[in-house]
Design a protein around this ligand. Structure first.
Ligand code: AMP
Length: 361
């Protein structure tokens, strides 16, 4: 693909905050953005040149998107594979491609792929019925974490199995859908690495972020994470391996468990910009959103080295009403998503509190 010219249109499947921040970055590079979302008045739609309000599998909307866009990307991993296939069949490139999406949509495919390319994960087994669940639980042992294979996010669709005998009951409680059983990761920290791969195969990796969750939702990220050089190098190897083996184009978020001995295991791959990469907006010269747009548009990738230390805090629900106090803090950069209703736990925005990098005060 020849680099997409400024003035062209980039399509985004999904109308949430990630789509909004991608659209803002795309606009800065001279692109128009068209959002496809079933939601009227979406956070992304309100900053885009065009919004098509329709279901992701709506044939007419996909045909229109394919007609007006030079490339289409997505802001969440549960976009139907059929939508990506349809756009591709209509001659519209979609990035990241179908393979990355398939791997990220199914926890068993994801871990099998990772292990097949030499990237370590926890031990796991899959099951589709009560009989299989018994066998999987016997294999993995207890405690184990049972997760639905597809469509879990923010800790939803997963339960700890304390005794092997409980597994069939928990399987039913999770809806009787196909599951994965995971051995517990004895991690000392949760880290993540955000990385990108361009159309020509070049890769760029951001420094590690250290992440803290509350009730299954990301609360804060500290970046660059203080970590031994060997841990950083390991994360970089893992990210590049994933990007290369998936023939990936765009930004990827890789969630990691850091073990006591410094080894890293991959928990999850997000085939998109990632909440733990929001720190790059104020901590790097080229942030994850611009980087993604550059990659899918076939532009050269930008630098990923840090220019500040960032403490990223998600604003959940009514916390976003504290914007006036936050705006008075000189070290705080505010990013609000324009969501109309501050439901409890809903990601309404985030702040990046910036400090000079150690040694550069
Ligand atoms: P996930 O939905 O896979 O991102 O998991 C959500 C959170 O659950 C992670 O951020 C971890 O804190 C925890 N978690 C997930 N998998 C495991 C595991 N195998 N062992 C221990 N904790 C886990």
């Amino acid at each position: 693909m020849t680099p997409l010219q400024p003035g062209s249109t980039i399509g985004i499947l999904g109308g949430g905050q990630l789509g909004r921040m991608l659209a803002l970055a795309a606009a800065r590079l001279g692109f128009d953005v068209a959002i496809l979302t079933p939601e009227e008045d979406s956070p992304a739609g309100r900053v885009a040149a065009r919004t098509l309000v329709a279901d992701y599998t709506d044939e007419a909307a996909l045909a229109e998107l394919a007609k007006i866009c030079g490339v289409v990307t997505y802001e969440f991993e549960n976009v139907p594979a059929a939508a990506v296939r349809k756009l591709t069949a209509l001659g519209c490139p979609v990035a990241p491609g179908e393979r990355a999406l398939a791997v990220a949509q199914d926890r068993v495919q994801e871990k099998s792929f990772l292990n097949s390319v030499g990237v370590p994960t926890v031990a796991f087994a899959s099951a589709e019925d009560p009989e299989g669940v018994r066998a999987a639980a016997a294999k993995v042992g207890a405690p184990a974490l049972m997760k639905t294979r597809r469509e879990g996010y923010d800790g939803k669709g997963q339960r700890w199995v304390e005794h092997v005998a409980d597994a069939p009951r928990i399987f039913e409680e999770l809806g009787g859908r196909p599951v994965i059983l995971e051995a517990p990761a004895a991690f000392v920290r949760e880290l993540s690495v955000i990385a990108a791969r361009g159309r020509n195969g070049e890769t760029a990796v951001y420094p590690l972020a250290e992440n803290h969750h509350e009730s299954g939702i990301l609360r804060r990220s500290l970046a660059p994470a203080r970590a031994p050089a060997a841990v950083g190098a390991q994360a970089e190897r893992i990210a590049v391996q994933i990007l290369t083996k998936l023939d990936y184009v765009g930004v990827v978020g890789v969630e990691l468990f850091e073990l006591e001995d410094g080894r890293l295991l991959v928990n999850e791959i997000a085939p998109r910009v990632h909440n733990t990469g929001h720190w790059t907006q104020d901590g790097c010269e080229v942030d994850q959103f611009e980087q993604h747009i550059r990659a899918v548009a076939g532009w050269p990738l930008g630098p990923t080295h840090p220019i500040a230390e960032v403490d990223m805090l998600n604003l959940l629900g009514p916390e976003a009403h504290g914007w006036a106090r936050l705006a008075a803090e000189p070290e705080t950069r505010i990013h609000l998503y324009g969501k109309r209703e501050a439901k409890p736990g809903r990601k309404m925005g985030h702040v990046n509190r910036v400090r000079p990098l150690p040694g550069r005060r």
